[in-house]
Design a binder for this molecule. Structure first.
Ligand code: 5GP
Length: 205
């Protein structure tokens, strides 16, 4: 069977383990493209430009907004983050599953624009306490940044019901198994246009 395309949106608090999960399932979900976002936030230790994000100035980001280069963009924790549309279209044409790690605002926008192709998953820790402890242990951010992320997480979890699936990342292996199933199903999603065509042909037989 050929790989079919689809959009898989992953959201959830920073520290919920989205990146670890993506790395864990990468080898078993068929051909995919992980959407590399553009951001104005400062690079963290260990991050590489063009791998984790495209790090740009606010002026460059605003130019991209004006040129209509983003599928979606949002202001998150005081910094801009956006998804460039071109690579997404290219990957879809090649039959790839496009995976996004974007926030609730970005999900809302992707759903509005490409809802019939989109499957979404909210990934979180079992509790707020656990999230706090993971963010502290990560030790990559200043306390003020951590506090900001916790406040943001509290707001984001209120919007879980906007997502198709919820994964509580208590155990990485179990969470990965769930995400693999969802990723496979995301490729089998039938855009509404194709459903109409299918029903039409089915009735005509
Ligand atoms: P971080 O700074 O920890 O890498 O990401 C902070 C938040 O920004 C996360 O919730 C992440 O999902 C979100 N984010 C990353 N890239 C994008 C993007 O392109 N668009 C939107 N809307 N959110 C993004």
């Amino acid at each position: 069977m050929n790989d079919t395309s689809g959009l898989l949106v992953l959201s959830g608090p920073s520290g919920a383990g989205k990146s670890s999960l993506i790395n864990k399932i990468a080898d078993v979900i068929g051909s995919y493209y992980f959407s590399i976002s553009t951001t104005t936030r400062p690079m963290r230790k260990g991050e590489v430009d063009g791998v984790h994000y495209y790090f740009v100035t606010e002026a460059a980001f605003k130019k991209d907004i004006e040129a209509d280069n983003f599928l979606e963009y949002a202001l998150v924790h005081g910094n801009y983050y956006g998804t460039s549309i071109k690579p997404v279209k290219k990957a879809l044409k090649k039959g790839k599953l496009v995976i996004f790690d974007i926030d609730v605002q970005g999900h809302d926008e992707v759903k509005n624009r490409m809802g019939d192709l989109t499957t979404s998953v909210f990934i979180t820790t079992p509790s707020l306490k656990e999230l706090k402890s993971r963010l502290m242990n990560r030790a990559t951010d200043a306390q003020a940044v951590i506090d900001n992320r916790i406040e943001m997480a509290k707001r984001e979890v209120q919007r879980i019901s906007e997502y198709d699936y919820l994964i509580i990342n208590d155990n990485l292996d179990e969470a990965a198994k769930a995400l693999i199933s969802i990723a496979k199903a995301a490729r089998m999603k039938i855009p509404s246009l194709e459903i109409n065509e299918f029903v039409y042909r089915w009735e005509a037989k």
